[in-house]
Design a protein around this ligand. Structure first.
Ligand SMILES: [Ca+2]
Length: 292
């Protein structure tokens, strides 16, 4: 078998994985998990290709036939290339803000994802969004989908954007939602961080307070997610993890999606945004802001 495979490590892992799958009644889940999670996604793709070459079978199908339940879902997620995984999750969560913010934080962003959509979904996402949403919320979703967020800081317009945000919200009776959408939907994260500082200086409150006071429902949630991601992507995901586990019963879908999609991106930063209290391990506390 070795002649089919390049790379000693890949060969070793392939041998162990294939033995686990084929030679024993039942499967040692701990070993499968240890082997596959210790590799990078790229290496897992190599193991998959090597398995196919050596046995003429698809490794993911073989694993699926041996595993079950959430563990099977986790292994299948780990075996999926990252951009395809994002694309699938994004489609599954059409209405969930986490999908779009996940898309915002991949590098290279946006454009890398859409060509990898399963063909049956190709080009349908924007149409689906337009069919299922409306108004300002729809408009912001469509802007985020374009993936054309500006780059860098436009120093000359930092203060103007802060003033415009104030004038569109707290400084006016009613709200000019368009202005919020234009600024928060298009400016770069670095630029926005400066605008948020200027905003605080200008009117003494955080931009989050303004979004919460001036908008409602889906638009409010999506704008808040954009603000959070602009401030700190790891913090955004740390809060997502915290929320998925804080109640009795766990939101396994969210937990798995964050762990898998961020494992090679910024998991160490996400971990740094958590604080385990030593006296009660069931309590998982989240910093309100990125620790200094
Ligand atoms: Ca107002």
């Amino acid at each position: 078998m070795q002649r089919f495979i390049r790379g000693k490590v890949i060969t070793q892992h392939l041998l162990i994985v294939s033995t686990l799958i084929t030679d024993q009644p039942g499967t040692d889940e701990d070993v499968v998990l240890m082997l596959l999670s210790a590799r990078s996604n790229d290496q897992r793709q190599q193991i998959k290709a090597a398995y196919k070459k050596a046995f003429g079978k698809d490794l993911v199908s073989a694993l699926k036939s041996e595993l079950g339940g959430l563990f099977e879902d986790l292994i299948v997620a780990l075996m999926t290339p990252p951009t395809s995984y994002d694309a699938l999750q994004l489609h599954k969560m059409l209405h969930l803000i986490a999908g779009l913010t996940m898309q915002m934080s991949r590098k290279p962003p946006h454009s890398a994802i859409f060509p990898l959509f399963p063909p049956e979904f190709n080009g349908k996402l924007e149409k689906d969004i337009c069919g299922d949403t409306s108004g300002h919320y729809q408009r912001l979703l469509v802007i985020l989908l374009q993936g054309s967020r500006e780059e860098g800081v436009d120093e000359e317009n930092v203060e103007k954007d802060a003033k415009d945000l104030y004038a569109a919200g707290e400084g006016k009776f009613g709200t000019d939602e368009e202005q919020f959408i234009t600024i928060l939907g298009n400016r770069s994260a670095e630029h926005l961080r400066k605008v948020f500082d200027a905003y605080k200086e200008l009117c003494g409150s955080d931009i989050e307070d303004s979004v919460e006071g001036e908008t409602t429902g889906n638009l409010e949630n999506l704008l808040l997610a954009v603000v959070k991601c602009a401030r700190s992507v790891p913090q955004f995901f740390a809060e997502g993890l915290y929320k998925s586990m804080r109640r009795a019963g766990t939101d396994d879908g969210t937990l798995m999606r964050i762990m898998v999609s961020r494992s090679e991106a910024d998991m160490l930063d996400i971990r740094a945004n958590f604080l385990f209290t030593s006296n009660d391990e069931r309590m998982l506390l989240c910093f309100p802001h990125k620790p200094e």
